[in-house]
Design a protein around this ligand. Structure first.
Ligand code: KE4
Length: 423
């Protein structure tokens, strides 16, 4: 596999960009290889600067549900660009995107567009605190919600599961209001509510976790979170940055039939351009400036080019709901081809992770029992065979509508070759 150009670019990149990348996972650190510098992408394929073309299962971390450079989306983005790139003023496109989000997710009656999932989550938490007048937030070990200070925390040693910063530069004052529970562990949540009673503003959860690899909520877990937050007057925030429009038009909240108070979105709603959103019922969102007293703002929020890409992406998904059936069928074939190896596969819809462990992966501790060296070896084999998977055991595989039967068949064969050789 040629990687001379990527190697050269990586060295050059490190001179003026931390680690040579603008987001850590892209550096291929956990798989110990030179990151591939990508020069183009179309449909299910990405091509690197050494002209290697891969079948892409990262899909820009889920944004690319239609595949790269969908012709319709590109056409509309080009048209929009001719009209100017940004106005810093309201546009009809922002209304259209908010209406489409509401049509697909009725719990998101009112939404505010931002430029990333991090911004969406950070703002959602501020609104939850402003609405309830409370300070504490419960998150789950292994769930990732972007890089805002209060969420870069890990469980403290204390039995109280208070948290401590999980990043340098985050003062402990910023993390002390974040409590950490265990995913799929109702008791850990109950205990935090008993200890903190009416000081918990919200529980934030990835309704399907996808940042410790894909971990599904056990039966009743999300319903339990809905019940306990209602019981204590706290808000329930579903971080659907990954699951929103991925599991279906209504995301995880439709799939599991659990209605959160606030939803955060990203990735697919931008169709590959920088868009995040947070929203909920009007009563809550009226807290947000300029209506209410929770301040949040953004120069490029609702940008006309980004909203155009998002609108066109959602319209394509809404026009042809059979996309989701096709996505599920393709991903099921990948799951079946991987079966048999000393691995565990967690899959829901077109979201999947292969864990190199013999344990059922139901939470963070079982996820990290995976052999990351084995994952790195698998990743390298795939890359050498023209398959681009997530460069980390603790990410997800994403399938797009552009993945053809031949692409899936080829990937299944590579899986069978790899896992067959391991028997
Ligand atoms: P961004 O700020 O990266 O747009 O979104 C943060 C975020 C929030 N919530 C969830 C559930 C997320 O998965 C993310 C970001 N996802 C990662 C992939 N696991 C983005 C990839 C990266 O960090 O480079």
């Amino acid at each position: 596999m040629k990687d001379a150009k990527s190697k050269e670019l990586f060295e050059r990149a490190k001179k003026h960009i931390p680690g040579g990348v603008n987001s850590p996972v892209r550096a291929f650190g956990s798989v110990g290889l030179t990151p591939r510098f990508i020069k183009s992408a179309r449909g299910a394929y990405i091509t690197d600067e050494d002209n290697n073309t891969y079948i892409d299962y990262v899909c820009s971390w889920g944004a690319g549900i239609l595949g790269h450079a969908h012709p319709l989306v590109i056409e509309k983005v080009k048209e929009a660009a001719e009209l100017g790139l940004t106005y810093g003023a309201p546009t009809e496109k922002e209304i259209i995107l908010s209406e489409l989000i509401y049509e697909c997710m009725p719990s998101v009656e009112v939404s505010r567009l931002v430029c990333s999932g991090t911004e969406a989550v950070m703002s959602a938490i501020r609104v939850a605190r402003g609405f309830t007048g409370r300070t504490k937030i419960i998150k789950f070990k292994g769930c990732y919600h972007g890089h805002s200070d209060g969420l870069l925390v890990k469980a403290g040693s204390g039995a109280l599961t208070t948290s401590v910063p999980d990043s340098k530069g985050v003062p402990s004052d910023f993390s002390k209001h974040t409590l950490v529970a265990l995913y799929n562990d109702k008791k850990s949540v109950e205990e935090l509510f008993i200890r903190n009673k009416n000081d918990i503003a919200a529980v934030i959860v990835e309704p399907v976790a996808a940042n410790m690899g894909v971990v599904l909520p056990e039966d009743g877990f999300l319903n339990f979170l809905r019940d306990i937050t209602d019981r204590y007057g706290a808000l329930l925030i579903f971080d659907e940055v990954i699951t929103g429009f991925r599991l279906g038009l209504g995301g995880a909240q439709e799939y599991y039939g659990v209605k959160p108070d606030i939803t955060t979105l990203g990735k697919i709603i931008g169709g590959g351009m920088p868009v995040g959103a947070y929203g909920g019922r009007k009563e809550i969102m009226d807290m947000v400036s300029p209506v209410g007293e929770v301040y949040q703002a953004g120069t490029l929020s609702g940008n006309p080019i980004a909203t155009t890409a998002g609108i066109e992406t959602l319209k394509i998904l809404m026009r042809d709901k059979s996309i989701y059936l096709r996505l599920e069928e393709k991903t099921k074939r990948l799951e079946q081809a991987a079966a048999g190896g000393a691995i565990r596969v967690n899959r829901i819809g077109s979201l999947m992770s292969i864990f190199f462990t013999d344990r059922h992966v139901t939470d963070y501790d079982s996820a990290i029992s995976s052999d990351t060296e084995a994952y790195a070896e698998y990743f390298k084999f795939l890359l050498e065979n023209g398959i681009y998977a997530a460069p980390s055991q603790f990410e997800a595989m994403f399938v797009s509508d552009a993945h053809s039967d031949e692409d899936i068949e080829k990937t299944c064969q590579v899986f069978k070759d790899y896992f067959g050789s391991k028997k």
